[in-house]
Design a protein around this ligand. Structure first.
Ligand code: CUA
Length: 310
C-alpha cells in the first residue's frame, strides 16, 4: 500500500497534489525560518531607529500578508482542481461494481440487467486494466472507508446512503486495500484486494464467477458438501447450485479461488480454513462467525469441499 506509487489516473492526480502541497509547505517553512534566522542573527546598527519608528514596517507587513494570501489561494486552487478532475470523470460511464462494507468484510457485487449473470463475491474486486470502474459504496452497520492507496483516494461508506467513487488500474497487479475508518474491534482486519487483469483474463474470471458451484468428483469433497448442508453453515452462507441461501456472511460459491479468509486475516488454504471454521474467534475475535463444532474427519471433508469451489 503506497500512495506515492500511483498505478491509475485517480491515484496519479492525488499524487501530484501531494507533491504540490509538500513543495508549498516546505517552501513556506524555509522562508519563515530563514526570515526568523535573519531577524535573530543580524547585528543592529547603533544608528537604527527604535522598531516603532522604523520606516517601511507597514510595507513589509503588507508584502508578507499578500504573499501568504497568494500561497494559500494557490494551494486551495490546486486542491480544487484535483477534486474537479476526479469528480468530473464520475459522470463517465464505468463498469459498475457495488461494494458493501460491514463488520468486518466487503461484499462485492457485479450487477447485470440479467440477474443470473450478476456476480457476488467478497473481499476481492477483480477489474480489467485500462477501464474505469464505477463503484457504488454502501454500509450496513457503521461507517467504513474504502481505500486502495495505489489506485484511488479514500471514500466513506455510510449506512443508508450510497456514495460513489471510481478507479482505474493501468497495469495488471494485485493492490491491497484497507478500511480506513475505525469501525470496531476488527477494523484492522478489514482488508481487501483489487486484482487487475488484462481485459480478456478479466472476462474469463467473470464468466467463471457466474457459474454455479462446481461439483467435485472427489468423494471427500462430496462428503464435505453434506457436512456443509447438515451444519449451520448454510444459514449464513450461500453457495449457488446447492440449497444454501444464507446472506449474513460471504457468498462461498467460488470461495476456493479467493486468496484470503476473513478479509485478509488468513491465507486461504486447507489448514487455515480448518482453523478458521473450528475457531474463527481466535483469529478474528468479534467476527459474526461462531465456532463450528464438527468432528475432525468431517471438518477435513468440509475444508476439502470449500477449497474445491474454484
Ligand atoms: Cu470497516 Cu474500519
Amino acid at each position: 500500500m503506497n500512495m506515492l506509487s500511483p498505478d491509475g489516473p485517480v491515484a496519479q492526480w492525488i499524487f501530484q497534489l501531494w507533491w504540490v502541497l509538500i513543495a508549498g509547505g516546505v517552501a513556506v517553512y524555509v522562508l519563515t525560518i530563514g526570515a526568523l534566522a535573519y531577524a535573530v542573527l543580524r547585528r543592529r546598527k547603533a544608528t537604527d531607529p527604535a522598531p516603532e519608528n522604523r520606516e517601511g514596517k507597514g510595507r513589509n507587513v503588507a508584502i508578507a500578508t499578500g504573499l501568504t494570501a497568494l500561497i494559500l489561494t494557490s494551494l486551495a486552487f490546486a486542491s480544487y482542481t484535483t477534486g474537479r478532475a476526479i469528480a468530473d470523470s464520475h459522470a463517465m460511464e464505468g463498469i459498475p461494481v457495488s461494494v458493501t462494507g460491514q463488520q468486518w468484510w466487503w461484499e462485492v457485487y457485479y450487477p447485470n440487467p440479467e440477474p443470473r449473470l450478476s456476480v457476488l463475491t467478497a473481499n476481492e474486486i477483480h477489474i480489467p486494466t485500462g477501464q474505469k470502474i464505477k463503484l457504488d459504496l454502501r454500509a450496513v452497520d457503521v461507517i467504513h472507508s474504502f481505500w486502495v492507496p495505489n489506485l484511488a483516494g479514500k471514500r466513506d461508506l455510510i449506512p443508508s446512503r450510497v456514495t460513489m467513487t471510481w478507479l482505474q488500474a493501468d497495469k495488471p497487479g494485485v493492490y491491497r486495500g484497507q478500511c480506513a475508518e475505525f469501525c470496531g474491534y476488527q477494523h484492522a482486519h478489514m482488508g481487501f484486494l483489487v486484482i487487475a487483469h488484462e481485459p480478456a483474463k478479466f472476462q474469463h474470471w467473470l464468466e467463471n464467477e457466474r457459474k454455479p458451484a462446481v461439483e467435485s468428483a472427489d468423494p471427500l469433497a462430496q462428503r464435505g458438501k453434506q457436512v456443509f448442508l447438515s451444519q449451520s453453515c448454510m444459514f449464513c452462507h450461500a453457495i449457488r447450485g446447492i440449497p444454501a441461501f444464507g446472506s449474513t456472511g460471504p457468498d462461498l460459491t467460488h470461495v476456493g479461488s479467493r486468496q484470503s479468509l476473513g478479509a485478509l486475516t488468513m491465507r486461504n488454504d486447507q489448514a487455515s480454513l480448518i482453523n478458521w471454521i473450528r475457531d474463527s474467534q481466535h483469529y478474528k475475535p468479534g467476527t459474526r462467525m461462531p465456532p463450528i463444532r464438527v468432528a475432525d474427519d468431517d471438518l477435513n471433508a468440509l475444508a476439502t469441499y470449500l477449497e474445491s469451489l474454484k
